[in-house]
Ligand binder design. Sequence first.
Ligand SMILES: [Zn+2]
Ligand SMILES: [Zn+2]
Length: 138
Amino acid sequence: MQCEYCDKQLAGEESEIPFEDNSGNIMCNDCYFEKKCAVCPICEEYFEMADCADGYYFVITKGAIESADVEYEGRPMIPGIYKATEWPMFFGNVLTGFEGFYDGTIELVKQADFNGEFFDEICRDCLKKEIENAKEMP
Ligand SMILES: [Zn+2]
Ligand SMILES: [Zn+2]
């Protein structure tokens, strides 16, 4: 058995239950983490990234909004947790990176702010925790 991405031979644990991409191609652990996973900005654990709007949740912090002057639908963006409803939902360019969101592509799930300047996808565990905390608030 061989990784379809880097041609590495899978051995031992890796070959028992190998990771696969969406087309069923075998991936070694290294390629899986490199191509399909990101580090969650909240808990710093690896998680599998969403590859479509369904299931894509992200955090944008006040710092990130202020440093890039991000607006959404003509108004300054609210820091918090968002869910994507359309894909792709953001634009930018290779020089400056992220610039903003297309109108009507995202929904605010919860207003919140986190330390740091980031706009990143978050893992499902943190999402669940954040949403449950929101419900407990009076
Ligand atoms: Zn590989
Ligand atoms: Zn997390």
